[in-house]
Every structure is written in C-alpha cells, then in structure tokens.
Design a protein around this ligand. Structure first.
Ligand code: GDP
Ligand code: MG
Length: 143
C-alpha cells in the first residue's frame, strides 16, 4: 500500500553541532529511525539566507544573537524524507530549551544553554509542511 504520509523536512545541524563533531550522531539518529537522506551539504550560511530562514523571529530579543550564532561556523543542511518526518524529526530533536528537553532527544541529551546568548540546541527541524516547503526552497533551490 502506498504511504500517503511521506513528507520531506529541512534539518540543520547548527554550528555548535558541527563544531562539537556531533553531525554524525545526529545523522545516525535520523537514519536509525528509518528516515532517508535526500540531500546533504556542509555549507556556510549567509545573512540573507538566515533572514529568510528565521523571518518569523525578526524583532525578537534572541534574533540577532541567533543570526550571529548561525554565522559562527559551517552548518550541515539536510533534506530528510519519511513517514510523518516533520513531526517525527521534531520529536527526535526534543523541545527548544535544552535544559528541559526530554532525555533521549538530541537536544535533551546533547544541547546546551548555560552562559550563552542563544540556546545552542544543535539542530533545526521544519515545524509544518508549509515551513518545510519554504525552507527546502531556501536551502536547496534546485530540489
Ligand atoms: P525551534 O523551532 O525549536 O528551533 O525554536 P524556534 O523556532 O522558536 O526558535 C529558533 C531558535 O532560536 C531556537 O532553536 C533557539 O536556538 C533560539 N531560541 C528560541 N527561543 C529562544 C529563547 O527564548 N531564548 C534564547 N536564548 N534562544 C532562543
Ligand atoms: Mg522553529
């Protein structure tokens, strides 16, 4: 039977994850869950790209530190495919705040927020089908 709930989501391993050599650990968890990598690229973000990516947060107190953090080193960008992967990856990632994210999740196990201007929670995952389509278009325009 055809699975009508197959989706694509944009995942980023943020600069903290790449710096801490956790890219493989994030990809391991994604693949172990049974999701498929459709595109994968290590690259440096630009202000322009981040302005589009984080447009919903413009004007919030954490916006500028967030952009600076995302420019602080390379990012691993991935398009991941699978059954309800948009929700599924958010579940693997855990909630935004690493201190309270559940143990067993990427952010709960590995994220940090103490003494930092912005939560260094290792990963980004699209939060809805609309966001996924928009974000995949921004990071992988050819896809
Ligand atoms: P996400 O979808 O779980 O990544 O969270 P959001 O889209 O709400 O926020 C984007 C990113 O901004 C988060 O992943 C954090 O890195 C950072 N962030 C969000 N909210 C806060 C906050 O209240 N304080 C700080 N310091 N950083 C935040
Ligand atoms: Mg978000």
């Amino acid at each position: 039977m055809t699975d009508t709930n197959v989706q694509r989501t944009l995942v980023l391993v943020k600069p903290d994850g790449v710096r801490r050599n956790l890219s493989g650990e994030v990809l391991r968890r994604i693949e172990a869950k049974g999701y498929t990598l459709v595109a994968l690229e290590l690259r440096s973000a630009t202000r322009e790209l981040l302005a589009g990516h984080y447009a919903e947060h413009e004007g919030k107190p954490f916006y500028e530190p967030l952009v600076e953090f995302m420019l602080s080193g390379p990012v691993l960008a991935a398009v991941v495919e699978g059954h309800r992967v948009i929700e599924g990856f958010r579940s693997l990632a855990g909630t935004t705040d690493p201190t309270t994210a559940a143990p067993g999740t990427i952010r709960g196990d590995l994220g940090r927020d103490w003494g930092l201007k912005v939560q260094q929670n290792l990963v980004h995952g699209s939060d809805s089908p609309e966001s996924a389509a928009r974000e995949i278009g921004l990071w992988f325009p050819g896809l």
